[in-house]
Design a protein around this ligand. Sequence first.
Ligand code: MG
Length: 379
Amino acid sequence: MTIAAIIVAAGRGVRAGGEVPKQWQMLAGEPVLTHSVRAFAKVAAVDQIVLVLHGDDMGRAVKMLGGQITAVTGGATRAQSVRAALEALAGRGVRHVMIHDAARPLVSPGLIGRLIAALENADAAAPALPLTDALWRADGTLVAGTMPRDGLWRAQTPQCFAYDAILAAHRAYDGLPADDVEVARAAGLSVQIVAGEERNLKLTFPADFERAETILRSDGMDIRTGTGFDVHRFRAGDHLWLCGVKLPFDRGLEGHSDADVGMHALTDAIYGAVAGGDIGQHFPPTELRWKGAASHIFLRHAAELAAEMGYRISNADVTLICEKPRIGPHSAAMRAALADIIGLDLTRVSVKATTSERLGFTGREEGIAAMASATLVSA
Ligand code: MG
Protein backbone atom coordinates (compact mmCIF):
# COMPACT_ATOMS: atom_id res chain seq x y z
CA MET A 1 0.00 0.00 0.00
CA THR A 2 1.63 3.24 -1.12
CA ILE A 3 0.60 6.07 1.19
CA ALA A 4 1.14 9.77 0.59
CA ALA A 5 0.59 12.52 3.13
CA ILE A 6 -0.50 15.94 1.97
CA ILE A 7 0.15 18.70 4.48
CA VAL A 8 -1.83 21.80 3.64
CA ALA A 9 0.11 24.90 4.65
CA ALA A 10 -0.83 27.50 2.05
CA GLY A 11 -3.18 29.58 4.23
CA ARG A 12 -2.49 33.16 5.23
CA GLY A 13 -4.29 32.99 8.57
CA VAL A 14 -2.94 35.43 11.15
CA ARG A 15 -5.77 35.17 13.70
CA ALA A 16 -3.21 33.39 15.85
CA GLY A 17 -1.30 36.67 16.06
CA GLY A 18 2.20 37.37 14.83
CA GLU A 19 3.32 38.72 11.48
CA VAL A 20 3.70 35.48 9.54
CA PRO A 21 1.00 32.88 8.82
CA LYS A 22 0.59 30.49 11.72
CA GLN A 23 2.20 27.49 9.99
CA TRP A 24 5.45 29.46 9.89
CA GLN A 25 5.32 30.77 13.43
CA MET A 26 7.65 29.17 15.95
CA LEU A 27 6.40 26.43 18.25
CA ALA A 28 8.86 24.95 20.75
CA GLY A 29 11.73 26.40 18.72
CA GLU A 30 10.63 25.19 15.29
CA PRO A 31 8.15 26.34 12.64
CA VAL A 32 4.67 24.90 13.25
CA LEU A 33 4.80 23.06 9.92
CA THR A 34 7.97 21.18 10.89
CA HIS A 35 6.15 19.34 13.70
CA SER A 36 3.59 17.81 11.33
CA VAL A 37 6.25 16.89 8.77
CA ARG A 38 8.22 15.07 11.46
CA ALA A 39 5.19 13.13 12.69
CA PHE A 40 4.46 11.76 9.22
CA ALA A 41 8.13 11.13 8.47
CA LYS A 42 8.30 8.93 11.60
CA VAL A 43 5.68 6.54 10.23
CA ALA A 44 7.40 4.00 7.98
CA ALA A 45 4.23 3.25 6.00
CA VAL A 46 4.07 6.84 4.74
CA ASP A 47 6.11 6.87 1.50
CA GLN A 48 5.65 10.42 0.29
CA ILE A 49 4.96 13.77 1.91
CA VAL A 50 3.68 16.65 -0.19
CA LEU A 51 3.67 20.13 1.33
CA VAL A 52 1.17 22.54 -0.15
CA LEU A 53 2.64 26.02 0.21
CA HIS A 54 1.82 29.57 -0.72
CA GLY A 55 4.02 30.73 -3.61
CA ASP A 56 5.62 33.35 -1.34
CA ASP A 57 6.68 30.68 1.18
CA MET A 58 8.63 28.34 -1.11
CA GLY A 59 11.91 29.86 0.08
CA ARG A 60 11.08 29.13 3.73
CA ALA A 61 10.57 25.43 2.99
CA VAL A 62 13.81 24.75 1.13
CA LYS A 63 15.48 23.12 4.12
CA MET A 64 12.54 20.74 4.65
CA LEU A 65 12.53 19.36 1.12
CA GLY A 66 14.37 16.38 -0.26
CA GLY A 67 13.99 12.62 -0.20
CA GLN A 68 10.35 11.74 0.35
CA ILE A 69 9.32 15.37 0.91
CA THR A 70 8.26 17.58 -2.02
CA ALA A 71 6.26 20.80 -2.32
CA VAL A 72 3.56 22.15 -4.61
CA THR A 73 2.08 25.63 -4.84
CA GLY A 74 -1.38 25.93 -3.37
CA GLY A 75 -4.45 27.65 -4.79
CA ALA A 76 -6.69 30.46 -3.65
CA THR A 77 -8.84 28.22 -1.44
CA ARG A 78 -8.05 25.24 0.73
CA ALA A 79 -9.92 22.95 -1.66
CA GLN A 80 -7.87 24.23 -4.59
CA SER A 81 -4.69 23.67 -2.59
CA VAL A 82 -5.63 20.06 -1.85
CA ARG A 83 -6.59 19.55 -5.46
CA ALA A 84 -3.16 20.83 -6.61
CA ALA A 85 -1.41 18.28 -4.38
CA LEU A 86 -3.68 15.43 -5.48
CA GLU A 87 -3.03 16.25 -9.14
CA ALA A 88 0.73 16.38 -8.46
CA LEU A 89 0.58 12.83 -7.11
CA ALA A 90 -1.02 11.44 -10.27
CA GLY A 91 0.93 8.59 -11.84
CA ARG A 92 3.07 8.01 -8.72
CA GLY A 93 1.38 4.76 -7.72
CA VAL A 94 -0.33 6.23 -4.67
CA ARG A 95 -3.13 4.06 -3.28
CA HIS A 96 -4.07 6.08 -0.20
CA VAL A 97 -3.65 9.70 0.73
CA MET A 98 -3.78 11.38 4.17
CA ILE A 99 -4.74 15.06 4.00
CA HIS A 100 -3.59 17.04 7.01
CA ASP A 101 -3.81 20.67 8.09
CA ALA A 102 -0.46 22.16 9.09
CA ALA A 103 -2.35 24.03 11.82
CA ARG A 104 -2.51 20.71 13.74
CA PRO A 105 1.19 20.27 14.54
CA LEU A 106 0.66 17.85 17.43
CA VAL A 107 -0.68 15.01 15.29
CA SER A 108 0.95 11.87 16.67
CA PRO A 109 2.56 8.98 14.79
CA GLY A 110 0.21 6.76 16.81
CA LEU A 111 -2.89 8.43 15.39
CA ILE A 112 -1.44 8.29 11.87
CA GLY A 113 -0.85 4.55 12.36
CA ARG A 114 -4.40 3.92 13.57
CA LEU A 115 -5.81 5.74 10.55
CA ILE A 116 -3.67 3.66 8.20
CA ALA A 117 -4.95 0.52 9.91
CA ALA A 118 -8.53 1.71 9.44
CA LEU A 119 -7.94 2.11 5.69
CA GLU A 120 -7.53 -1.65 5.41
CA ASN A 121 -11.29 -1.99 5.88
CA ALA A 122 -12.61 1.35 4.63
CA ASP A 123 -12.20 3.63 1.64
CA ALA A 124 -12.04 6.64 3.89
CA ALA A 125 -11.23 7.26 7.54
CA ALA A 126 -10.91 10.44 9.57
CA PRO A 127 -10.23 11.27 13.23
CA ALA A 128 -12.82 12.96 15.40
CA LEU A 129 -13.75 13.34 19.06
CA PRO A 130 -17.29 13.18 20.42
CA LEU A 131 -18.62 16.49 21.64
CA THR A 132 -18.93 16.52 25.42
CA ASP A 133 -19.65 20.18 26.23
CA ALA A 134 -23.25 21.38 26.19
CA LEU A 135 -24.09 23.43 23.11
CA TRP A 136 -25.74 26.81 23.36
CA ARG A 137 -27.22 29.13 20.86
CA ALA A 138 -26.55 32.75 21.86
CA ASP A 139 -28.24 36.02 21.20
CA GLY A 140 -25.36 38.46 21.62
CA THR A 141 -23.89 37.49 24.97
CA LEU A 142 -27.09 35.93 26.31
CA VAL A 143 -27.91 32.26 26.12
CA ALA A 144 -30.89 31.93 23.81
CA GLY A 145 -31.25 28.14 23.80
CA THR A 146 -29.52 24.80 24.04
CA MET A 147 -28.82 22.37 21.22
CA PRO A 148 -28.78 18.60 21.41
CA ARG A 149 -25.25 17.30 21.04
CA ASP A 150 -26.13 13.66 20.35
CA GLY A 151 -24.23 12.29 17.41
CA LEU A 152 -22.05 15.38 17.07
CA TRP A 153 -18.29 15.02 16.65
CA ARG A 154 -15.37 17.42 16.44
CA ALA A 155 -13.55 16.71 13.18
CA GLN A 156 -9.76 16.58 13.03
CA THR A 157 -7.15 15.80 10.39
CA PRO A 158 -5.47 13.89 8.78
CA GLN A 159 -8.46 12.75 6.75
CA CYS A 160 -7.61 9.66 4.77
CA PHE A 161 -8.94 8.33 1.48
CA ALA A 162 -8.39 5.96 -1.39
CA TYR A 163 -6.40 8.18 -3.74
CA ASP A 164 -8.37 7.62 -6.97
CA ALA A 165 -11.68 8.20 -5.19
CA ILE A 166 -10.73 11.46 -3.48
CA LEU A 167 -9.04 12.79 -6.63
CA ALA A 168 -12.24 12.15 -8.60
CA ALA A 169 -14.32 13.67 -5.78
CA HIS A 170 -12.25 16.86 -5.73
CA ARG A 171 -12.38 17.15 -9.52
CA ALA A 172 -16.18 16.88 -9.36
CA TYR A 173 -16.70 19.22 -6.38
CA ASP A 174 -17.70 22.79 -6.91
CA GLY A 175 -17.84 25.02 -3.85
CA LEU A 176 -16.14 25.79 -0.55
CA PRO A 177 -16.18 22.62 1.55
CA ALA A 178 -15.41 22.67 5.29
CA ASP A 179 -12.97 19.81 4.81
CA ASP A 180 -12.11 16.87 2.58
CA VAL A 181 -14.64 14.60 4.26
CA GLU A 182 -17.34 16.90 2.91
CA VAL A 183 -15.88 16.55 -0.58
CA ALA A 184 -15.71 12.77 -0.22
CA ARG A 185 -19.28 12.48 1.05
CA ALA A 186 -20.55 14.63 -1.79
CA ALA A 187 -19.12 11.99 -4.10
CA GLY A 188 -20.91 9.23 -2.20
CA LEU A 189 -17.92 7.89 -0.20
CA SER A 190 -18.60 6.67 3.32
CA VAL A 191 -16.10 7.85 5.90
CA GLN A 192 -15.13 5.78 8.94
CA ILE A 193 -14.67 7.77 12.16
CA VAL A 194 -11.46 6.91 14.03
CA ALA A 195 -10.93 8.12 17.61
CA GLY A 196 -9.00 11.38 17.41
CA GLU A 197 -6.68 12.77 20.05
CA GLU A 198 -7.31 15.71 22.35
CA ARG A 199 -3.71 16.82 21.80
CA ASN A 200 -4.27 17.03 18.05
CA LEU A 201 -5.57 20.55 18.52
CA LYS A 202 -5.90 23.17 15.85
CA LEU A 203 -3.85 26.34 16.29
CA THR A 204 -6.22 29.23 15.79
CA PHE A 205 -5.71 31.76 18.56
CA PRO A 206 -2.58 32.77 20.54
CA ALA A 207 -3.84 30.71 23.51
CA ASP A 208 -3.70 27.58 21.32
CA PHE A 209 0.02 28.12 20.85
CA GLU A 210 0.46 28.24 24.62
CA ARG A 211 -1.46 24.96 25.02
CA ALA A 212 0.59 23.30 22.30
CA GLU A 213 3.85 24.51 23.90
CA THR A 214 2.75 23.06 27.24
CA ILE A 215 1.97 19.69 25.67
CA LEU A 216 5.30 19.58 23.83
CA ARG A 217 7.17 20.52 27.00
CA SER A 218 5.58 17.71 28.97
CA ASP A 219 6.35 15.30 26.08
CA GLY A 220 10.02 15.98 26.43
CA MET A 221 10.17 16.20 30.21
CA ASP A 222 12.80 14.02 31.77
CA ILE A 223 12.87 13.67 35.55
CA ARG A 224 15.96 12.26 37.27
CA THR A 225 16.72 11.44 40.87
CA GLY A 226 20.09 10.76 42.43
CA THR A 227 21.23 9.69 45.89
CA GLY A 228 24.44 10.27 47.80
CA PHE A 229 25.97 8.93 51.00
CA ASP A 230 29.09 9.96 52.88
CA VAL A 231 30.85 9.42 56.21
CA HIS A 232 33.62 11.34 57.92
CA ARG A 233 35.22 10.42 61.23
CA PHE A 234 35.79 12.77 64.13
CA ARG A 235 39.27 14.00 65.02
CA ALA A 236 40.64 16.54 67.46
CA GLY A 237 39.53 20.09 66.70
CA ASP A 238 37.29 22.96 67.72
CA HIS A 239 34.85 23.28 64.82
CA LEU A 240 33.32 21.41 61.93
CA TRP A 241 31.66 22.29 58.62
CA LEU A 242 28.19 20.87 57.94
CA CYS A 243 26.14 21.83 54.88
CA GLY A 244 28.17 24.99 54.40
CA VAL A 245 27.87 26.19 58.00
CA LYS A 246 30.81 26.38 60.43
CA LEU A 247 29.79 25.00 63.82
CA PRO A 248 31.92 25.41 66.97
CA PHE A 249 32.32 21.91 68.42
CA ASP A 250 34.71 20.04 70.68
CA ARG A 251 35.93 17.91 67.77
CA GLY A 252 36.50 18.34 64.04
CA LEU A 253 35.92 16.04 61.07
CA GLU A 254 38.77 14.31 59.29
CA GLY A 255 39.03 14.60 55.54
CA HIS A 256 41.10 15.71 52.62
CA SER A 257 38.87 18.74 52.02
CA ASP A 258 36.93 20.61 54.71
CA ALA A 259 35.13 17.29 55.36
CA ASP A 260 31.63 18.74 54.95
CA VAL A 261 29.91 15.39 54.97
CA GLY A 262 26.43 16.76 54.22
CA MET A 263 27.57 18.74 51.23
CA HIS A 264 29.51 15.75 49.92
CA ALA A 265 26.42 13.55 50.07
CA LEU A 266 24.38 16.16 48.20
CA THR A 267 27.11 16.65 45.62
CA ASP A 268 27.12 12.92 44.91
CA ALA A 269 23.30 12.91 44.66
CA ILE A 270 23.47 15.50 41.88
CA TYR A 271 26.26 13.67 40.08
CA GLY A 272 24.21 10.50 40.45
CA ALA A 273 21.10 12.00 38.87
CA VAL A 274 22.97 12.78 35.65
CA ALA A 275 25.14 9.64 35.81
CA GLY A 276 28.04 12.05 36.09
CA GLY A 277 30.41 10.03 38.25
CA ASP A 278 31.14 10.90 41.88
CA ILE A 279 32.96 13.45 43.94
CA GLY A 280 36.11 11.32 44.20
CA GLN A 281 36.40 11.10 40.44
CA HIS A 282 36.05 14.82 39.87
CA PHE A 283 38.15 15.86 42.87
CA PRO A 284 40.59 13.03 43.65
CA PRO A 285 41.80 13.03 47.28
CA THR A 286 45.22 12.18 45.88
CA GLU A 287 45.47 15.67 44.39
CA LEU A 288 47.10 18.11 46.72
CA ARG A 289 45.16 21.09 45.38
CA TRP A 290 41.93 19.83 46.97
CA LYS A 291 43.57 19.63 50.42
CA GLY A 292 41.44 21.63 52.82
CA ALA A 293 39.23 22.77 49.92
CA ALA A 294 35.90 24.37 50.73
CA SER A 295 33.26 21.86 49.68
CA HIS A 296 31.07 24.44 47.96
CA ILE A 297 33.52 24.09 45.06
CA PHE A 298 32.41 20.46 44.65
CA LEU A 299 28.72 21.19 45.04
CA ARG A 300 28.83 24.07 42.59
CA HIS A 301 30.67 21.89 40.08
CA ALA A 302 27.98 19.21 40.28
CA ALA A 303 25.23 21.82 39.79
CA GLU A 304 27.07 23.28 36.81
CA LEU A 305 27.59 19.86 35.26
CA ALA A 306 23.86 19.16 35.59
CA ALA A 307 23.04 22.49 33.96
CA GLU A 308 25.45 21.78 31.10
CA MET A 309 23.67 18.47 30.55
CA GLY A 310 20.35 20.27 30.29
CA TYR A 311 18.94 19.73 33.78
CA ARG A 312 17.85 22.04 36.52
CA ILE A 313 17.73 20.95 40.13
CA SER A 314 14.16 20.80 41.35
CA ASN A 315 14.81 19.94 44.99
CA ALA A 316 17.47 18.61 47.34
CA ASP A 317 17.08 16.78 50.64
CA VAL A 318 19.93 16.06 53.06
CA THR A 319 19.81 13.93 56.21
CA LEU A 320 22.65 14.17 58.72
CA ILE A 321 23.08 11.16 61.01
CA CYS A 322 24.83 11.85 64.31
CA GLU A 323 24.32 12.01 68.07
CA LYS A 324 26.13 15.35 68.28
CA PRO A 325 26.28 18.18 67.44
CA ARG A 326 22.60 19.07 67.54
CA ILE A 327 21.58 20.04 64.03
CA GLY A 328 18.12 21.51 64.61
CA PRO A 329 19.25 25.00 65.69
CA HIS A 330 21.41 25.26 62.56
CA SER A 331 19.28 23.62 59.88
CA ALA A 332 17.80 26.90 58.62
CA ALA A 333 21.27 28.34 58.09
CA MET A 334 22.36 25.10 56.39
CA ARG A 335 19.40 25.17 54.02
CA ALA A 336 20.15 28.78 53.18
CA ALA A 337 23.81 28.01 52.51
CA LEU A 338 23.03 25.06 50.21
CA ALA A 339 20.24 26.94 48.41
CA ASP A 340 22.62 29.79 47.75
CA ILE A 341 25.35 27.56 46.33
CA ILE A 342 23.10 25.70 43.90
CA GLY A 343 20.83 28.66 43.14
CA LEU A 344 17.59 27.21 44.49
CA ASP A 345 14.66 28.70 46.31
CA LEU A 346 14.78 27.94 50.04
CA THR A 347 11.53 25.96 49.80
CA ARG A 348 13.30 23.43 47.57
CA VAL A 349 16.15 22.62 49.94
CA SER A 350 15.77 20.49 53.05
CA VAL A 351 18.29 19.67 55.79
CA LYS A 352 17.19 17.38 58.57
CA ALA A 353 18.89 15.15 61.10
CA THR A 354 18.50 11.95 63.00
CA THR A 355 20.46 9.95 65.52
CA SER A 356 21.10 6.25 65.17
CA GLU A 357 19.84 5.53 68.69
CA ARG A 358 23.40 5.16 69.96
CA LEU A 359 23.91 2.18 67.64
CA GLY A 360 26.82 1.75 65.29
CA PHE A 361 29.65 4.13 64.57
CA THR A 362 27.47 7.23 64.60
CA GLY A 363 25.90 6.03 67.86
CA ARG A 364 29.36 5.66 69.41
CA GLU A 365 30.13 9.21 68.22
CA GLU A 366 33.02 8.10 66.04
CA GLY A 367 31.87 10.24 63.13
CA ILE A 368 29.00 11.70 61.15
CA ALA A 369 27.14 10.12 58.23
CA ALA A 370 25.00 11.93 55.69
CA MET A 371 22.61 10.87 52.99
CA ALA A 372 21.03 13.03 50.31
CA SER A 373 18.73 12.89 47.35
CA ALA A 374 18.25 15.33 44.50
CA THR A 375 15.59 15.55 41.82
CA LEU A 376 16.55 17.06 38.47
CA VAL A 377 14.24 18.07 35.65
CA SER A 378 15.18 18.58 32.03
CA ALA A 379 15.41 22.32 31.53
MG1 MG B 1 33.35 13.07 51.86
